[in-house]
Design a protein around this ligand. Structure first.
Ligand code: NAG
Ligand code: NAG
Ligand code: NAG
Ligand code: NAG
Ligand code: NAG
Ligand code: NAG
Ligand code: NAG
Length: 858
């Protein structure tokens, strides 16, 4: 089913949930502008197109581990030891990180007992998903043991696992304070210096909570008179060792990332019962011991602040990844967001980066306070007791005699109880998101910091999507270049965990059906210097012969790479594309399509005829530039000549294909036609006596039909947009189209396959001839790797816009098809409409802001 891009797309949930870009930008602009969020770049500026699309069947060097179990969602990598632990449903596995599929894994079965399953069913839980033991926590406890927790059919249990044996343990601990009952509930857990820090909503009815258990004194969040957490859904927790070389004797902190209901929002825009959800960052101090009388067994260091990305009040956190580069001061948090549930019909993801200094600044700023009288949160401007509420115990506090949180005065503890929320929100570094991507849900993020050839370090993002793709992107300055998108699962399913191993140079992907291991870099995918440079992949460089991974090369003097701009290091060398020239012969008046597949989604095709560039508007309408080739209609004798296709990208251009087109006068027809067995034609010609006349008539019909066909094909290809193969080049799709041709056009069925390549007539040659060419582009067009480009709105060249007019002259079906699908098939008209709209919206945004100012000054 490789070729059925459209069908594949819909089975992946694309077109159904896709909303028109115009609507998207309209809504986003509305949201952003109505909230007055000061973003300087528009949604369109922040979007990026993956340069290459690699479909499942074109993936190489992927290793897969799967067993009898399901839900391989909990991963623990011990990179030094080369072991990947996997927590699944009913089992824990220990895999060799070098090759997870080597068959030498260890398994520890840990299933819920039949009694507990029966109890779970009695509680009315789902026996297909919930009444199992889903392993939710796997953390290293000490040199010999792991600590693991599972939902155990809605009766959480935890246990110690000896990693030497990976044997089913005999002793279990109650897990209800450490692990959620619900396997799909947002949850995060860390073991830090022997203590377990977990955050989730543990039971269905209970409030969400951040807890510490195991080794140290148990601590929780406060619930009265204010809930410190309000329907929170946790996604991640991060330890930051802030005590290291701290000048003020600070403590280590654990940061929590979650989405919760925004109690602080005035209810003017929002229904009281429908408080908007906002993203938050909260933190606690590692050595917090709780208060003595007030806040006994509660955190005395809990503080939380808003995390703003792009669309305030409408965004939900999906995942957070932290990077510190060896020094906690340079810690950055990368977070992925999607739109909240009320915008389900619209898929959009945003990625923001936050510096720890900005998070700290928010926690050191002013507090919010809840006013009982007005039932509103507002900025607190009163006096703040000493030591500063919510801060860790520092040298300064110790000097004043406060050696631990238990020594804190009541005034401070009372203040903490009522002021968990900070007034300042944490804004993304540089003020803007790095990326705003529509029609994609990024569920997971993992980042590798890579030193490139230029000596600079670049952050390479690996993003897992909700339907089983991985996007690999590099951050250059404050923009994101998506190097490639990989379809890593045949059956669409969310990416549930991502882990990077520097040691193994691998990315591990956890999912419902198994664990995958992918190489961080696949440089050999780039088969020309241009390709290698344009990819801007910090792992890869061109050594004059091939694209290679930098890591394995000692002498780097001859390498070229250009992550920063993506266009330096190769000469403008058309000889490197020594693609064999292909011959095309057609009859005068016929149409011919000269295919030219672009490996890169960012490349644009340029055609030269006899050395002169074909312009989209050549005034005659004979040449039609498509994303995948050049359509020449109504050929005349003088159209013969050399046709060259170049790929233009980022200021570079490379030759992709060369054709020698020969147009023959109609007189030659009889020489060709008899080579085609065509009984019905013979009968017809005897009946009329004048064969030549009939041939001309038939060829005219053929020409007409071919025109329809090529237009439909071009159009279908255009529909495919993203994902999957481009129909023109794919045998399955074109053979479907072929049947139409052969029955109407040639009037014979079985022969077509054999005669396709040899038959010199223009009609058939258009489609099947190219189908065979394009299915094996590697063999015939060396500089272009196989994955075909999913057409994108911006890449539709003007030639296509003329097609609808032509089609209207043709038969009704084609016309209908075109009309039905006019929307997704974007044309320049459409683009300019989009631009027009955003201009209007931009204008409106400014006027709204002005109006708001006016209101407030009244
Ligand atoms: C993993 O496999 C590699 C090669 O197969 C082997 O050298 C290594 O010892 C294995 N590691 C573990 C932890 O078993
Ligand atoms: C789950 O429940 C359904 C309906 O109650 C039942 O048919 C099915 O056998 C049960 N499955 C398991 C695994 O218990
Ligand atoms: C690790 O913890 C387990 C469980 O508490 C204990 O049995 C074991 O002795 C500990 N190992 C070491 C090396 O401390
Ligand atoms: C476990 O996997 C199954 C599909 O294999 C899926 O339907 C279910 O939702 C998953 N459960 C969780 C908790 O992720
Ligand atoms: C704090 O510790 C110092 C030195 O360790 C000690 O002198 C002082 O009494 C302690 N203060 C309290 C309130 O425990
Ligand atoms: C490559 O070709 C482009 C367009 O022909 C030209 O603008 C550019 O200067 C050339 N670059 C080099 C390095 O020759
Ligand atoms: C290309 O050049 C050939 C030979 O010079 C000429 O016959 C032909 O008409 C030219 N084709 C076009 C499209 O200009």
């Amino acid at each position: 089913m490789k070729g059925l891009g459209c069908l594949m797309g819909s089975s992946l949930g694309y077109p159904g949930r896709m909303i028109r870009p115009v609507t998207f930008y309209l809504v986003v602009f509305f949201m952003v502008s109505s909230m007055g969020y000061p973003s300087r770049r528009s949604a369109m500026d922040l979007d990026a197109t993956p340069r290459m699309t690699i479909a499942y069947n074109d993936l190489s060097s992927v290793r897969c581990f799967g067993s009898h179990a399901q839900n391989y969602t909990t991963l623990l990598l011990e990179d030094e030891k080369g072991i990947l632990y996997v927590g699944a449903r009913g089992a824990i596995f220990s895999l060799n990180a070098t090759n997870i599929a080597d068959g030498f894994h260890q398994t520890m079965d840990w299933k819920a007992s039949p009694e507990k399953r029966a109890e779970c069913l009695k509680k009315g839980k789902n026996n297909k998903t919930e009444c199992y033991n889903h392993v939710r926590l796997l953390q290293r406890l000490n040199a010999t043991h792991l600590y693991a927790c599972g939902t155990y059919a809605f009766h959480p249990l935890c246990t110690y696992i000896d990693t030497n044996k990976l044997m089913p343990p005999s002793v279990f601990e109650e897990g209800k304070e450490k692990c959620p009952y619900d396997p799909s509930r947002g949850y995060t857990g860390l073991i830090v210096d022997g203590s377990l820090y977990t955050a989730t909503r543990y039971e269905f009815r209970s409030q969400p909570d951040i807890r510490r258990s195991l080794y140290q004194r148990i601590l929780k969040t406060e619930e009265s008179p204010l809930h410190w957490l309000n329907d929170a859904e946790f996604v991640a927790s991060v330890l930051v060792r802030e005590s290291m070389s701290s000048l003020v004797g600070d403590d280590d902190k654990i940061y929590y990332f979650f989405t919760e209901r925004a109690g602080e929002e005035s209810t003017s825009i929002f229904d009281k019962n429908q408080l908007p959800r906002v993203a938050r960052v909260a933190r606690v101090c590692k050595n917090d011991l709780g208060g003595k009388k007030i806040l006994q067994r509660k955190w005395t260091s809990f503080m939380k602040a808003r995390l703003a990305c792009y669309i305030p009040y409408y965004e939900v956190l999906k995942d957070v990844y932290s990077l510190d580069g060896g020094n906690w001061h340079s810690t950055v948090f990368y977070a992925t967001f999607t739109l909240s549930a009320q915008w389900r019909s619209m898929e959009v993801s945003a990625i923001c980066r936050y510096n720890i200094s900005e998070v700290q600044a928010a926690f050191e700023g002013t507090y919010m306070e809840y006013q009982d009288s007005s039932r509103k949160w507002s900025q607190y401007n009163g006096e703040i007791p000493e030591p500063r509420p919510g801060s860790c115990i520092t040298d300064r506090a110790r000097k004043s005699g406060y050696n631990s949180s238990q020594d804190l005065p009541n005034s401070v503890l009372d203040f903490i109880k009522l002021h968990p929320l900070m007034y300042e929100e944490v804004k993304p570094a540089d003020g803007d998101p790095l990326l705003v991507k529509k029609n994609i849900i990024y569920t997971q993020i993992a980042i590798d910091r890579v030193r490139a050839l230029d000596g600079q370090e670049y952050d390479v993002l690996f993003l897992g999507t909700g339907n089983g793709w991985i996007h690999k992107a590099v951050i250059v300055g404050s923009t994101v270049h998506i190097i490639e998108e990989l379809q890593v699962f045949r059956v669409a399913q969310p990416v549930e965990n991502l882990i990077i191993s520097k040691q193994q140079k691998s990315l591990y992907v956890g999912s419902q059906s198994g664990v995958l291991q992918l190489p961080l870099a696949t440089c050999e995918r780039y088969i020309s210097c241009f390709d290698c440079i344009l990819a801007r992949d910090p792992y890869c460089g061109w050594d004059g012969v091939s694209c290679r991974e930098l890591a394995g090369i000692l002498d780097r003097t001859l390498l070229s790479q250009d992550v920063l701009h993506g266009n330096m290091g190769c000469w403008n060398d058309s000889t490197q594309a020594t693609s064999t020239q292909k011959n095309r012969t057609v009859l005068r008046g016929d149409d011919v399509l000269l295919p030219c597949e672009q490996a890169s989604n960012l490349a644009q095709a340029t055609w030269l005829v006899n050395g002169t560039e074909v312009l989209a508007e050549d005034g005659q309408g004979r040449f039609h530039l498509g994303v995948d080739g050049l359509l020449v209609t109504d050929t005349q004798l003088e159209f013969s000549g050399e046709y060259q296709c170049y790929a233009k990208e980022n200021g570079l251009q490379a030759l992709v294909a060369t054709y020698a087109l020969t147009v023959l006068p109609e007189q030659l027809v009889p020489q060709f036609l008899p080579t085609v067995p065509q009984p019905s034609w013979h009968a017809a010609s005897y009946a009329y006596g004048d064969m030549k006349f009939i041939y001309i008539a038939v060829i005219t019909v053929l020409g007409g039909l071919c025109l329809v066909l090529s237009v439909v094909l071009l159009y279908v290809s255009c529909l495919q947009k993203r994902r999957g193969k481009y129909s023109l080049g794919v045998p399955q799709t074109s053979s479907v189209e072929l049947q139409t041709v052969s029955s109407n056009c040639i009037g014979k069925g079985g022969q077509e396959d054999e005669d396709l390549d040899t038959y010199p007539d223009g009609c058939l040659q258009i489609i099947p001839g190219e189908a065979t060419t394009v299915t094996s582009p590697l063999k015939e067009v060396p500089p272009v790797p196989p994955p075909p480009p999913p057409p994108l709105p911006a890449e539709f060249t003007n030639g296509i816009s003329t097609l609808p007019n032509m089609l209207r002259k043709m038969n009704g079906n084609s016309y209908m098809l075109l009309r039905q699908n006019e929307e997704p098939c974007t044309s320049p008209l459409y683009n300019s409409f989009t631009e027009e709209l955003s201009k209007i919206l931009e204008k409106r945004k400014h006027t709204q802001l002005v109006e708001k100012l006016d209101e407030s000054s009244v």
